[in-house]
Design a protein around this ligand. Structure first.
Ligand code: AMP
Ligand code: GLY
Length: 435
């Protein structure tokens, strides 16, 4: 089977790495991929990861990729990133009979439009933060003044995981509204804001691989979104992750399935946009049980870099079964071991970063099968590996328990060097009881 993976981050590297182990996969392509992915797959220079804020470019690249898939006889395509999903890559591929794992644009609204997701949850009583949506900043400001802080302000559209501001004070909330709606720092994604009740608790990422009707769950994982240690500072795409997340015991998983996953799948089906692909429930484990922070319509990054190394089932078979609507016949098995991933970022991330610094130290890591390197923002320049983005590399360690996995991940991280490299030193701190 020829498989094409869409994306260029650490998540896609992990997907490609896992697919490469499948006896069913004879050829792997990635678009556009990265230097790490290039060791396992043929990279195709089609930039399907263009932001949704450039819809014409994104659309043109999706059509180019579809033609590529047709010409090469690609049997299955898997989409990592959210922008092409929101732009309808799944619809476009299916129109020409291509098999593709992911939600249609209509189903991807569960991520691409927070307003849609909130309305859906309200309609079927899925537990989530109380919220209001505003299309005019003056009304949003008045609402914040009335509610006070802490309060959460979010751009309604996609914003690379950076569109939510947890405001501790009223001033912070007002500033967020001004930046999102008036200054449009996230472009048209800020045409509306969602203002939410602040939820207190531990956050867990729960992934359901769905075929529209059935689903298979992966072990709950925990991500570290803030840039700073102790979960301080601005949010990023994710600075590290670990799994399993002991905060989410099996009773809570069962509760989330009953109150969140199953009702959402049934409602999406009822509305004529059945959800196929990865339903990523970002959950807050509150004193009243799991509540939805947000849904994503794709794998998490960096959660995928810990979950797929723990997955023992053939990933190609899972994707194929999902595309053929027979996930009820698949039993997912996860290793009982623990996995920890630490992201190494460029100085300045999640703000502006400088690229082009040489990366050293990866060669010594390659020998250890419990230490994995997933590339994110890297590039080859004159035969050298250099930095090329905010999050540069992910180091994942596997071990029999979490404390050992943490220690091993950091041993790996310390061997990697580039100018301005930054990483959080407290990944998995909550599970280690250091909080
Ligand atoms: P989102 O962009 O919706 O994923 O939000 C980004 C992050 O902001 C989440 O991962 C949470 O850490 C935090 N957050 C979002 N909404 C809330 C909320 N209602 N209460 C508390 N924290 C939140
Ligand atoms: N890990 C957060 C995300 O993928 O959105």
């Amino acid at each position: 089977m020829k498989v094409l993976v869409v994306g260029k981050g650490g998540r896609e590297h992990a997907i490609v790495w896992k697919l490469a182990q499948s006896p069913q996969v004879s050829k792997l392509y990635a678009a556009p991929g990265n230097p790490g992915i290039a060791q396992l797959a043929e990279c195709v220079d089609i930039q399907v990861d263009a932001p949704i804020t450039q819809p014409d470019k994104l659309r043109a690249e999706i059509l180019r990729l579809r033609d590529f898939a047709l010409a090469q006889g690609v049997d299955l395509t898997v989409v990592g990133a959210d922008d092409p999903l929101a732009a309808g890559i799944v619809d476009t591929f299916r129109e020409r009979g291509l098999k593709i794992f992911g939600p249609t644009a209509a189903a991807a609204r569960i991520e691409s439009s927070k307003a849609f997701a909130k309305e859906l949850m309200a309609a079927i009583g899925v537990p989530t933060a109380a919220h209001h949506t505003f299309a005019h900043s003056a009304e949003a400001v008045a609402y914040v003044r009335q509610q006070g802080a802490p309060i959460v302000v979010k751009a309604s559209g996609l914003a690379a995981g950076k569109g939510a501001v947890v405001a501790r004070t009223e001033e912070e909330a007002l500033q967020a509204i001004a930046e999102i709606m008036d200054q449009r720092i996230f472009g048209t994604s800020g045409a509306e804001v969602v203002i939410e009740e602040f939820m207190e608790g531990e956050e867990v990422s729960l992934f359901a691989l769905c075929d529209g009707q059935h689903y298979c769950l992966l072990t709950p994982a925990q991500d570290h979104k803030a840039i700073g240690e102790g979960d301080t500072g601005p949010n990023t795409g994710g600075m590290g992750a670990y799994a399993p997340a002991p905060a989410m015991a099996s009773e809570l998983v069962a509760q989330a399935e009953d109150q969140i996953i199953r009702p959402v799948l049934a409602e999406m089906q009822r509305r004529g946009c059945p959800f196929e692909g990865v339903l990523y429930a970002g959950l807050m484990l509150t004193t009243h049980g799991p509540k939805v922070v947000e849904f994503n319509a794709r794998f998490g990054d960096p959660e995928t870099q810990v979950l797929l190394p723990l997955l023992q089932t053939d990933l190609a078979e899972i994707f194929l079964a999902a595309c053929e609507h027979r996930l009820d016949q698949v039993q997912i098995e996860m290793s009982p071991r623990a996995a920890v991933c630490v992201a190494i970022a460029s100085a300045g991330y999640p703000g502006k970063v400088k690229n082009g610094f040489e990366i050293e130290g990866l060669a010594t890591l390659a020998a250890d099968e419990d230490l994995l390197v997933f590339h994110a923002g890297t590039a080859l320049k004159g035969g050298k590996l250099v930095t090329a983005g905010g999050r540069v590399l992910n180091i994942t360690a596997l071990a029999d328990d979490l404390p050992i996995a943490v220690a091993r991940a950091y041993e790996g991280v310390k061997q990697v060097h580039f100018e301005g490299a930054y990483y959080r030193r407290d990944i998995a701190h909550r599970a280690l009881g250091r909080d």
